[in-house]
Design a protein around this ligand. Structure first.
Ligand code: GLC
Length: 579
C-alpha cells in the first residue's frame, strides 16, 4: 500500500485528507493547561497555543492532538466534560478554537480532538437530569440498587466491589434516589450507558458537529471501557484488599467492536479519512489487530499500555515500582510490530500527559547524558513502524519534576493515592517516592519556552510549579543550538516524510537479548534502514556480525559526530540507509 505525503490545505475537508495520510504523519500532543498562557491567569489557553503555531511548523509535525478544552468543572483537568460543544472560558472561546483550526490548517497541520465519551462530568445536564429516577435520562448512566442486605451508603454496600481508577469504590451512593451510580474514574466522572442507543446517537451527533467545524480526527479517551461486561459482577480482590481495580475487568466488553464499527459508520470516520486513535488500557495485541484492521472499519490505531506498565510490579498498581529492563521493553515493542505487521497499525509513544517524562524514565536525565538519551529514545521510537506521538516538551528533553512534597501536586490521581495509601498505613516516604517517579504531574509542569520568568509560560503565577531546570532546558535555547534535542526530533520527522521505508518498511529486531543495544532493520523493496542505539550510560561494542554490511551505507542521522566504528558511546544512536 502506498503512503501519500500529508497534503497542505486550510479547509479541513475530506479532500484535504488523502487515504491513510496518517501513516506518514507525526502527531504532537498539546496539554492546553500547561502549554502557553496568553492572559496571565497562570493557566495555558487557546490564544497561547495560537501564538506558538510557528514553533510547531518549525518542528514539522503533521497533526496536533489537543487534550480537552471543553466546558468542565476541571475535577480531572477537563477529562470531566459538562458541555461537549463549547470551550471552557479558562481556555478561551469557540471563536478562538476556529482561529486555531484555521491557523493550523494554513500551516498544513491537522487537528485531532480529545473525545471523552466513556463518561461525562456529574455536572453535565444529562447526568443532572439522570439523578431523577423518573427522568427519561435515568438509563443514560449506570444506576444500580445497593447490595442485597447491606445498609445503603456504608462500605461494602456498593453493587459490586469495583475500585475507581482514582482510589475508593467505583460506585457512589445517591441518597435522593436510593441507588448507586458507576464511575470508573472520579466520582465526578459518571460512566455513560452505551447500551442505550439514545446515548450513542447523541455522541455521534456531537462528533459530526466537530467534523463539520473542521477537525481531522479524534483521540478517544479510555474507549475500550464503553462496553461493560453484562451483568457487572464482583471481582476477586488481592489479599488484604476489599476492592478490585475496575479497569482490570471492565475493558473489552462484549459490544466494544460493534460500538466502534457503528460509530465509524454513523460519523463517517473512515469515509472522511479522519484520524482515529483509541486509548485502551489492558488491550491485547490480538484485540488491537482486529480493531485496527482496515477491513473491520473500527479505528486506525490504539494506544497500548503494555510498555508503560513494565516498571510496575505485575500484580501491583502503577505505584508499585520495579526497574525497567531494556530486553523487556524491546521485546514488547517487537511483539506489537510483529502482531500488527500485516493488518492494523501501531501508535508509537513513550510520553503523554498521564506518563512520567521518557528521558527520566527510560533514559538518563542527569546533565551528562540527558541530551543524548532524549535524542536516542526519540530515534528508536520514531524509527519503528507506526504513527509516532510527541508530547509537548519531549522534543526539548524535558525531565520529571520530582516533587518532594504532597502540597506541590495538583493531579487528582496523585492526591487521592497519597491519602488512600497513608490511610492504609503505608510509609509516607515510600508513597512520596512513588509519586515523584510516576505521578502524572511530572508531565504536566508548564512548557519551557525561554529562560525568563516562569519559563516564558505565563506572566502570572503558574497553576503548577515550573521545573527549575527551565533555565537550561527551553525552546529558545534549543532552537538556537543546531545539536539540540529539538533539531534531532525535527530531523526524525523529516525522515518519516522523506523515506517511504520509515513509514512502511517491515520491522526486524536484532540483538534481542542485549541489555544495552537497541538495534533493528526496516526493509522496503531494496531499501534497508539500519538503526543502532546504545540505550545505556556506558559504552558498548556492536558485534559486527549482528548487522548487515554497512560498508556502502549512508548515515542519515546520528547523535555523535565520529560515527566511524562499531563502538557506541553512552546513549549514542545512528540511522543508516542501504540501497
Ligand atoms: C484517560 C486520560 C486521563 C484521564 C482518564 C479519565 O486515561 O488520558 O488523563 O484522567 O482517561 O478520563
Amino acid at each position: 500500500m502506498t503512503v501519500e505525503p500529508s497534503s497542505v490545505s486550510s479547509s479541513g475537508t475530506a479532500e484535504s485528507r488523502p487515504h491513510h495520510w496518517w501513516k506518514s504523519a507525526v502527531v504532537y500532543q498539546i496539554y492546553p493547561r500547561s502549554f502557553a498562557d496568553s492572559n496571565g491567569d497562570g493557566t495555558g489557553d487557546i490564544p497561547g497555543i495560537i501564538s506558538k503555531l510557528d514553533y510547531l511548523a518549525q518542528l514539522g509535525v503533521d497533526v496536533v492532538w489537543l487534550s480537552p478544552i471543553y466546558t468542565s468543572p476541571m475535577d480531572d483537568n477537563g477529562y470531566d466534560i459538562s458541555n461537549y460543544q463549547d470551550v471552557d472560558p479558562l481556555f478561551g472561546s469557540l471563536d478562538d478554537l476556529d482561529e486555531l483550526i484555521a491557523g493550523l490548517h494554513e500551516r498544513g497541520i491537522k487537528l485531532v480532538m480529545d473525545l471523552v465519551v466513556n463518561h461525562t462530568s456529574d455536572e453535565h445536564p444529562w447526568f443532572v437530569e439522570s439523578r431523577n429516577p423518573k427522568s427519561p435520562k435515568r438509563n443514560w448512566y449506570w444506576w444500580r440498587p445497593p447490595r442485597k442486605g447491606a445498609t445503603p451508603g456504608t462500605p461494602g454496600a456498593e453493587p459490586t466491589n469495583m475500585e475507581a481508577a482514582f482510589s475508593g469504590p467505583a460506585w457512589d451512593y445517591d441518597e435522593q434516589s436510593g441507588e448507586y451510580y458507576l464511575h470508573i474514574f472520579s466520582r465526578k466522572q459518571p460512566d455513560l450507558n452505551w447500551e442505550n442507543p439514545k446515548v450513542r446517537r447523541a455522541i455521534y451527533d456531537m462528533m459530526r458537529w466537530w467534523v463539520d467545524r473542521g477537525v481531522d480526527g479524534f483521540r478517544m479517551d479510555v474507549i475500550n471501557l464503553i462496553s461493560k461486561p453484562d451483568p457487572l459482577t464482583d471481582g476477586r480482590p488481592e489479599p488484604g484488599r476489599q476492592y478490585v481495580r475496575a479497569v482490570k475487568f471492565v475493558g473489552q466488553g462484549p459490544r466494544l467492536q460493534e460500538f466502534l464499527a457503528e460509530m465509524n459508520r454513523e460519523v463517517g470516520l473512515d469515509a472522511q479519512n479522519l484520524l482515529t486513535v483509541g486509548e485502551m488500557p489492558g488491550v491485547t495485541i490480538e484485540m488491537a489487530r482486529e480493531i485496527t484492521d482496515p477491513a473491520n472499519a473500527e479505528l486506525n490505531m490504539v494506544f497500548t499500555f503494555e510498555h508503560v506498565d513494565l516498571d510496575r510490579m505485575p500484580e501491583g498498581s502503577k505505584w508499585d515500582l520495579r526497574p525497567i529492563e531494556l530486553p523487556a521493553l524491546k521485546k514488547n515493542l517487537n511483539e506489537w510490530q510483529i502482531g500488527l505487521a500485516d493488518a492494523g497499525w501501531n501508535s508509537l509513544y513513550f510520553d503523554n500527559h498521564d506518563q512520567p517524562r521518557a528521558v527520566s524514565r527510560f533514559g538518563d536525565d542527569g546533565p551528562e547524558h540527558r541530551v543524548n538519551s532524549a535524542k536516542t529514545l526519540g530515534t528508536v521510537l520514531h524509527m519503528h513502524k507506526g504513527t509516532p506521538y510527541i508530547y509537548q516538551g519531549e522534543e526539548l528533553g524535558m525531565t520529571n519534576s520530582y516533587f518532594s512534597n504532597i502540597e506541590q501536586y495538583a493531579d487528582i490521581e496523585s492526591v487521592n493515592y497519597h491519602a488512600d495509601a497513608l490511610s492504609l498505613g503505608m510509609e509516607a516516604d515510600a508513597v512520596l517516592h512513588s509519586l515523584s517517579v510516576k505521578s502524572r504531574d511530572n508531565a504536566r509542569t508548564p512548557m519551557h519556552w525561554d529562560d525568563g520568568s516562569h519559563a516564558g509560560f505565563t506572566e502570572g503565577i503558574p497553576w503548577l510549579p515550573v521545573n527549575p531546570n527551565y533555565v537550561t532546558i527551553n525552546a529558545r535555547a534549543a532552537i538556537a543550538d543546531a545539536n539540540s534535542v529539538f533539531h534531532h526530533f525535527r530531523r526524525l520527522i523529516e525522515l518519516r516524510h522523506d523515506y517511504r521505508v520509515v513509514a512502511e518498511g517491515r520491522f526486524e529486531l536484532l540483538l534481542a537479548g542485549s541489555e544495552q543495544i537497541w538495534a533493528f532493520t526496516r526493509t522496503l523493496d531494496n531499501q534497508v534502514l539500519v538503526v543502532m542505539a546504545n540505550c545505556s550510560s556506558a559504552p558498548v561494542d556492536v558485534p559486527a556480525d549482528a548487522l548487515p554490511d554497512l560498508g556502502r551505507a549512508q548515515l542519515l542521522l546520528a547523535t555523535h559526530r565520529d560515527a566511524g566504528s562499531l563502538r557506541l558511546l553512552p546513549w549514542e544512536s545512528r540511522v543508516y540507509l542501504l540501497g
